[in-house]
Design a protein around this ligand. Structure first.
Ligand SMILES: [Zn+2]
Length: 456
């Protein structure tokens, strides 16, 4: 009853009339465009890519200068292969030139956001509210594929904002209560917390669950180990970390519902997500242009390539050919669902190790990007835990770094792991890459096990 009322009357009134937002109009448009043919969508995607390129060249001096340095012009681009001569934007460049990427023509209020990142390099970026609304609409479309309906109970096993003021928290809680979104903080994955999470799920009976991959997986493992039966939602969305096949199987078994894996980044939100066929992830092609690079060319379907992504919506701070340091493989065949949105066969996203506290409690690796995202003076970081559970936070200081920042981070880590945790901060010049050439944000040598009492 309430769900229907919220869906048809209350939310549209609030969002569209009261707040003047375009979310629902954008959602309606996306609901339609997804069924256009692959060719039509490829056309739309390409036209928007060209428009983004032209806009950046005309309105952002940073891009104008970079394009000129490379001897390229938006006007000369005829086909996707021509993009290969354009420079990519690295995270390090985004860090260094953040403010220079704001368009000259943009007037209005910008929202600042940041990410502690999949790569251990904190970056700050900005976007305008129209862009945000359209990104939310894209996420809502994918939620729909996974069985979500506005007004139904949703449970989010996610990182709640750290260091939020009381008034902000009250406002957020109220907003969530009206929208029937229950947020459960996903950082603390100790068994005590997991038991409480399962209680919450049993009492709340969500129709739709969203969570960090590892948080969902640990909750699922714990439910199975402790013999707890969970009320089945329509779908479970896993996100923010790479999902392995065994994790999918465990989550599906515990929740009694299909898992819909999702791929995104904080800078642009949703990039690609699974539909009900689970045959790969549909690219959010109305909002992003995805290139997969391999040896200086575009990878063929079936070949892994580095992800380079262009935001097609944001005109306040355009991100053009942004290399987010993930790798992905394009699918060779279209999805049988009939949507024309292109398909990624697989994404090699980030892997965040869980950390183990002094009493054996688990802590999501996601915590660290959250703790460090608002510290622009840290150039790079890595959290390392040795077999004795001692934690070393390695920091590469950037411009303006103060020792107080290191102390602040140490205090925050202790607050989450307990005073007994062995934590030290190490200032280093650089952080070695893994053998695969990847930068790992969290790295732990401690095997993750549930205690004997529940693992039977
Ligand atoms: Zn599909």
């Amino acid at each position: 009853m309430y769900g229907g009322l919220l869906r048809t009357i209350l939310f549209p009134f609030y969002e569209t009339r009261l707040r003047g937002r375009e979310t629902l109009r954008a959602l309606a448009e996306l609901e339609r465009s997804q069924w256009r043919s692959a060719e039509e969508i490829r056309d739309l995607n390409w036209r928007r890519m060209l428009a983004a390129l032209h806009f950046a060249e005309q309105n952002v001096p940073f891009y104008r200068a970079r394009f000129a340095e490379h001897g390229v012009r938006a006007a000369s681009v005829q086909s996707p292969d021509d993009l290969l001569r354009f420079p990519v934007l690295t995270r390090a460049e985004l860090r260094a030139h953040g403010r220079d990427l704001v368009a000259e023509s943009f007037v209005g209020r910008l929202h600042a956001s940041g990410t502690g990142g999949s790569t251990g390099e904190p970056v700050q970026f900005h976007f305008d509210h129209r862009t945000y609304e359209r990104r939310v609409a894209a996420a809502m479309r994918s939620d729909g594929w996974a069985g979500a309906r506005l007004g139904d109970r949703e449970l989010h096993l996610w990182g709640t904002p750290l260091g939020e003021t009381l008034s902000k928290r009250v406002k957020r809680s109220l907003h969530e209560a009206v929208l029937r979104k229950k947020m459960i903080c996903a950082y603390d994955l100790s068994e005590r917390r997991l038991a409480a999470v399962l209680d919450d799920i049993v009492h709340y009976r969500p129709a739709f669950v969203v969570g960090y991959t590892n948080a969902l997986y640990q909750a699922a493992r714990y439910a199975i180990a402790s013999g707890r039966a969970l009320p089945a939602p329509r779908g479970v969305v896993s996100s923010a970390e790479r999902l392995f096949a065994h994790q999918r199987a465990t989550i599906e078994r515990a929740f009694g519902a299909p898992v819909f894996d999702r791929y995104g980044c904080r800078e642009m939100m949703l990039l690609a997500s699974e539909c009900e066929r689970h045959a790969g992830k549909h690219i959010n092609a109305e909002g992003v242009f995805v290139e997969l690079l391999r040896d200086g060319r575009h990878a063929l379907p079936g070949e892994a390539g580095e992800v380079v992504v262009t935001d097609l919506l944001c005109r306040s701070m355009p991100l053009i050919r942004y290399k987010n340091q993930d790798a992905a493989v394009a699918a060779a065949a279209p999805c049988a669902c009939g949507r024309g949105l292109p398909l990624l066969a697989s994404v090699e996203g980030r892997v965040l190790d869980l950390l183990v506290g002094p009493d054996g409690q688990l802590l999501a690796g996601e915590l660290f990007p959250q703790l460090i995202k608002d510290q622009p003076t840290i150039a790079r970081y890595q959290v390392y835990q040795d077999r004795r559970r001692a934690i070393t936070v390695r920091l590469v200081p950037g411009k303006g770094f103060q020792p107080e920042t290191a102390r602040l981070i140490e205090r925050s880590v202790r607050r989450h792991l307990g005073e007994r945790a062995e934590v030290r901060i190490q200032i280093v010049d650089q952080i070695p890459l893994t053998s695969g050439g990847k930068h790992r944000v969290t790295l732990s040598e401690v095997p993750v096990e549930l205690s004997r009492s529940t693992s039977g």
